[in-house]
Design a binder for this molecule. Structure first.
Ligand SMILES: [Zn+2]
Length: 531
């Protein structure tokens, strides 16, 4: 049976840019547009030309993308003609394949926010669609507050949608702008709309305020809609937009959708979707959500021992899809609850073939349990676990030795009369017969220690040149009478690999030092540095 085409419309660069703390530069926008293009989305909505310098610059020239570049803006203002509206003129002048207009479809908003008549709002929709069509653009109409509007006045909400469709809009997009509509309501309302506007001209734009934006998108598709709007990682104001990173794998891997629909995302591109998700977080300089469906670090992680032994035999026993399909990895967590199967599987993954009756296995299990009782968390720190295992099996060279370090934090009043803190670290390292001393200033004691430690490692320096710390997390544990500090450090290198290390101590600097050391040694092992 031929499959129906379902279209994906990405609005990371427009609606996603409304996220608190997100501020895209032009270079960011171009990089994200390329990522979206590699993924295979059909429409890349890039912003509002004329509204700010970055968006205006984006649309000032033709951008070579396979997806349709879409400019976003308002329909003509009430009481003006289409030819006499500067906002509309900027939109029509943009170098874009498609124009997405936003218009009110809730009579209450037309009256209160727009302060115009229902008829004038319909005329504005009609004229704007016609003007963009005349310019040769594909046209979309975002019906703002469509679901709330439909509940209040179905006739008028539908009239807005129908006016755009009759004027030649390729898509009429039903927006759940406040994000409060529930899936069964979306399914009913979209079903009713599709009796008047064909489903292959109807889209859904859902917000995540009840954490059901993805479910709402699928409810709309079940009711007939054939365009889904969303963003990478669900970026968007308040609680975000529908998350395309979750929607795409479901469309490709769940039979109900995969058998009925075809999308522009190829299997090979799906195999990189975890990387796309992480690349966006890197660009935003924020830690990835470990529990994100399909792509999170924990999405295919198993902790309990009995699950792990089953998963080793038949992965499908505890996995709803194969992690490789979305570019993710199966992970068996090593922790004090873990059985031998987890441990064996982890050892195998890092390249140690060891017999299940080998006495070293019990020693490693005991070491993990003992250290976890002190506060170490190996299930979060894969690289520290690997080093612990390698050390017990006798396979980590002594590359260098830190003979001593000294960290000094000074608070004083500077020349401008401001109170400032300055941190200085001095590290004395022995590499072979060479004694090296490095000093560095940092914005805090851990930063200074890190900079000093990685400043000069003699013959090993070239191996750690691409090493970068990407996340630093501190947790105070109240295990007994005295609090201890656990530090988790995430590192990345020039090959795009990431690993996490852990340190535990009553002293935060000591805990950080252990995690930093593990990270450097792990990188040297990984790079095959000679002893
Ligand atoms: Zn929106």
């Amino acid at each position: 049976m031929p499959r129906e085409r379902l279209y994906l419309f990405d609005t990371t660069l427009r609606d996603g840019a409304q996220t608190n703390g997100v501020d895209f530069t032009l270079a960011d926008k171009l990089a994200i547009a390329r990522m979206l293009d590699e993924l295979g989305v059909d429409y890349v909505e890039a912003g509002y030309p004329g509204a700010n310098p970055i968006d205006t610059a984006f649309f000032a020239e033709r951008r070579p993308l396979k997806g349709k570049i879409t400019a976003f803006g308002m329909t003509r203002r009430p009481g003006r003609s289409a030819s006499n509206d500067p906002g509309l003129a900027a939109l029509l002048a943009a170098e874009a394949d498609a124009i997405c207009f936003v218009a009110k479809s809730w009579d209450y908003h037309v009256r209160v926010a727009l302060e115009t008549s229902e008829e004038e709002n319909l005329a504005s929709i009609r004229d704007s669609v016609a003007a963009a069509k005349a310019k040769g653009r594909e046209v979309l109409l975002d019906c703002e507050h469509f679901f709330d509007g439909y509940k209040a006045n179905p006739t008028y909400a539908l009239a807005c949608a129908k006016t755009a469709y009759d004027a030649g809009a390729r898509w009429v997009v039903l927006c759940d702008t406040n994000g409060g509509t529930l899936p069964h309501e979306v399914e009913t309302i979209v079903g009713e709309v599709c009796r008047h506007i064909p489903g292959d001209h109807t889209g859904i734009h859902a917000h995540n305020d009840t954490e059901q934006a993805v479910a709402n998108s699928f409810a709309a598709v079940r009711a007939g809609a054939r365009q889904i709007q969303g963003t990478l990682n669900g970026l968007g104001e308040r609680c975000g937009n529908a998350n395309l990173i979750s929607i795409i794998p479901t469309l490709k891997l769940k039979r109900e959708y995969a058998e009925r629909f075809e999308i522009g995302v190829a299997d090979a591109a799906l195999g990189h979707i975890a990387r796309v998700s992480r690349a966006l977080d890197d660009l935003l300089n924020r830690a990835a959500d470990r529990h994100a469906p399909y792509v999170g670090e924990s999405a295919f992680a198993t902790k309990a021992g009995i699950h792990a032994s089953a998963i080793m035999k038949e992965p499908a026993t505890y996995e709803h899809v194969a992690p490789e399909r979305v570019g993710n990895k199966r992970k068996l967590l090593v922790s004090d609850q873990s059985g031998r199967s987890n441990l064996l599987a982890e050892l195998e993954r890092i390249g140690f073939a060891i017999d299940k009756d080998d006495p070293r296995l019990s020693r490693l299990l005991d070491a993990v349990k003992e250290r976890e009782a002190q506060g170490y968390a190996y299930e979060s720190a894969d690289a520290s676990f690997e080093l612990l295992a390698r050390r017990l099996l006798g396979k980590v060279p002594r590359y260098f030795e830190v003979e001593k370090f000294d960290v000094n934090v000074e608070q004083r009043i500077n020349a401008k009369g401001e109170r400032v803190s300055v941190s200085l670290a001095v590290v004395k390292v022995k590499v072979g017969d060479d004694a090296l001393i490095s000093a560095a200033e940092g914005n805090g004691p851990v930063n200074a220690l890190d900079l000093a430690l990685r400043k000069d490692l003699g013959k090993y320096q070239s191996y750690i040149a691409g090493l970068e710390l990407t996340d630093y997390r501190v947790r105070i544990l109240n295990g007994g009478t005295q609090a201890v500090t656990r530090v988790l450090i995430e590192s990345a290198d020039e090959e795009g690999d990431r690993w996490t290390t852990v340190g535990v101590s009553a002293n935060i600097i000591d805990a950080s030092f252990q995690a930093l050391m593990d990270s450097i040694v792990y990188k040297l092992v990984k790079a095959g540095a000679p002893a």
